[in-house]
Design a protein around this ligand. Structure first.
Ligand code: PEP
Ligand code: MG
Length: 584
């Protein structure tokens, strides 16, 4: 019987194939008491599993395709280092001997102990490192599983097993994702994870169709089931009929045809049909992604999310490492501007939870996130600002502050920037003395007061992902309320419009870097509302450029006004349709 499962779109495209399920199985680890005569053999078995996990990771690293962002190798190095650490490679052996238990149980005990230590850490950044411990332990557990009861399926399928298959897993690590690309998987779907997870981001940069957040779907899917992944809609069709398959095969060919036709737009200027120039830039999570963005004609990087540089590693990058990374990105952009956003850790970016002096926070998205965290933990903030300033000596750099909500925060940030400039002067380091500083407008308070912020800043960038979350009061990673997530909600549109007007009055540029900017359904509306700077995911560059080239500003402005005035959801959606159908 054909049925569909709805998840979250993580990476566009269509994939058709059979399910290859990978299991984590952590919950299935059980304790077995061993006969004393079997203890040394169990120790041997454990050591072999650690070796196998290490070899596997080295093989993954060796097979990273050319052109893959170099951060991916760094993710894998971190996991290799952990495998070499005593805590994971030796401590379970002591448990096996002491408790006379099976290797899986000994490893689980050690993992629980390590996770508890990480959980108790004061430093919110270090607390998040427990995810790496879990990933590494899981990899060893899989190798143990293959030789113990023989009832586990490998998490890293053999090449033949994976080629052309759709991988289904509870969650995937970046290392898994790289391996899968090498093995030629057709696509993947995961039980957990949002569209901003590392895995989703890598899937987009590696161009693997993917759907995430398929909660509770394990019971509905079996190994070998035929499925279609519709990455754009976030839908999985299970046991498609012949006609459904034909539909998606046509769609896949159509997507490929459209993509190759759009490649012609790479070198063309971004202007509307009536000749208004528009700035079209790319959002980048990993500096390595900038090459594709430049190739597709991005006029710079409108949002570099630096937090990805801080994830999946033991120590945060110091000023020098950050400087080198930023300077490399600036060099790769060959004179096009780069907007570097200061750290936006917290909330869905893995440093939620307890602070040393406060109980566990129940609303991390409203908690110590982004600039709030940076102002509190200045040992994290100051080196980053100095690194950004130093990078500005080698090309056009703008600094973007996420989640500003009050002018007190702004005062504090500007004071720290001045301090950092003095530090660099004292060291004799060069930087752009007038490096533009801007703010993300992503908190409704900032959007309502955009005129106040605009007077004190060099540019604004509208972050619709959070602006929508905070305006409509819906958690952006909670799929149970995602039906409310509507960029056309009048409150959102009014805030966007007010921000554009505030920027114009203050004479500063206003960009949009949230996902709304890269969603081609809204391009004409945003142009009609007066937006002239878009920063979008690299895969969306050419599609948005094409729509811009088809837009006549005057009729778009007229329809945008009607959409803004309209009080009915259905009318707004109908008007958007009408706007998108207007002839160039
Ligand atoms: C946004 O909130 O729109 C944005 C671009 O930032 P992020 O998605 O990283 O929170
Ligand atoms: Mg945001």
């Amino acid at each position: 019987m054909t049925f569909t499962i709805h998840g979250i779109s993580a990476s566009k495209g269509v994939a058709i194939g059979r399910v290859h399920a990978l299991e984590r199985d952590r919950s299935e680890v059980v304790e077995r008491q061993l006969d004393p005569s079997r203890i040394e053999a169990e120790v041997e078995r454990f050591a072999r599993a650690v070796d196998a996990a290490r070899l596997e990771l080295r093989a993954v690293k060796a097979r990273i395709p050319d052109g893959t962002p170099r951060e991916i190798a760094a993710f894998i190095d971190t996991h290799l280092l952990m495998l070499e650490d005593e805590a994971i490679s030796s401590a379970p052996i002591a448990y096996i001997r002491e408790k006379r238990c099976n290797a899986e149980w000994a490893l689980k005990l050690e993992c629980d102990a390590l996770v508890a230590v990480f959980d108790a850490m004061d430093d919110p950044y270090l607390r998040t490192r427990k995810n790496d411990v879990e990933h590494v332990v899981n990899r060893v557990q899989i190798h143990l599983g293959g030789t113990d009861e023989g009832n586990r399926r490998s998490r890293s399928p053999s090449e033949n097993a994976a080629a052309g298959k759709i991988i289904y897993a509870d969650d995937l690590t970046p290392a898994d994702t790289v391996l899968m690309q090498h093995q030629g998987v057709a696509g993947f779907m995961t039980e957990f994870g949002g569209p901003n997870s590392h895995t989703a981001i890598l899937a987009r940069s590696l161009n693997i169709p993917a759907v995430v957040g398929l909660h509770r779907s394990a019971a509905l899917l079996r190994d070998g089931d035929e499925v279609v992944i519709d990455g754009r809609e976030g839908i999985v069709v299970v046991s498609p009929t012949k006609s459904v398959k034909r539909f998606y095969e046509r769609r896949r060919r159509e997507i490929e045809r459209i993509r190759s036709a759009r490649r012609k737009l790479r070198a063309t200027p971004t202007v509307t049909a009536d000749g208004e120039p528009v700035v079209l830039q790319a959002n980048v999570e990993l500096p390595g992604e900038s090459a594709g963005a430049v190739r597709d004609g991005a006029a710079g990087v409108g949002l570099y999310r630096t937090e990805f540089l801080f994830m999946n590693r033991i120590d945060p990058p110091d000023e020098q490492e950050q400087y080198e990374t930023y300077a490399e990105l600036v060099a790769a952009l060959k004179g096009a501007p780069v907007t570097i956003r200061t750290l936006d850790l917290g909330a869905d970016k893995q440093v939620d939870g307890a602070r040393p002096d406060a109980p566990v926070t129940s609303n991390p998205a409203l908690g110590l996130r982004a600039v709030r965290l940076c102002l509190k933990e200045q040992s994290l903030f100051r080196p980053q600002i100095r690194a950004i300033l130093r990078a500005s000596a080698s090309g056009p750099v703008r600094m973007l502050i996420p989640m500003l909500a009050t002018t007190t925060e702004l005062d504090e940030v500007l004071r720290i920037v001045r301090d950092c400039k003095r530090d660099l002067d004292a060291r004799g380091e060069g930087y752009d003395r007038s490096m533009p500083v801007g703010a993300m407008i992503e908190v409704p308070a900032a959007a309502i007061c955009a005129d106040i912020f605009a007077r004190r800043l060099d540019f604004l960038s509208i972050g619709t992902n959070d602006l929508i979350q905070y305006t409509i009061a819906i958690d952006r990673v909670d799929d149970e309320v995602s039906y409310l997530y509507d960029p056309l909600h009048p409150a959102v549109l009014r805030l966007v419009a007010a921000t554009i007007v505030a920027g114009r009055k203050a004479g500063i540029p206003v960009a949009m870097c949230g996902e709304m900017a890269g969603d081609a359904r809204y391009t004409k509306l945003l142009l009609g509302m007066g937006l002239r700077e878009f920063s979008v995911h690299p895969n969306a560059l050419l599609e948005v450029k094409q729509i811009i080239g088809e837009t006549q500003v005057a009729p778009a402005r007229k329809l945008a006004r009607r959409i803004l005035r309209s009080t009915r959801t259905s009318t707004r959606h109908a008007l958007i349709e009408e706007l998108n159908q207007t002839a160039p």
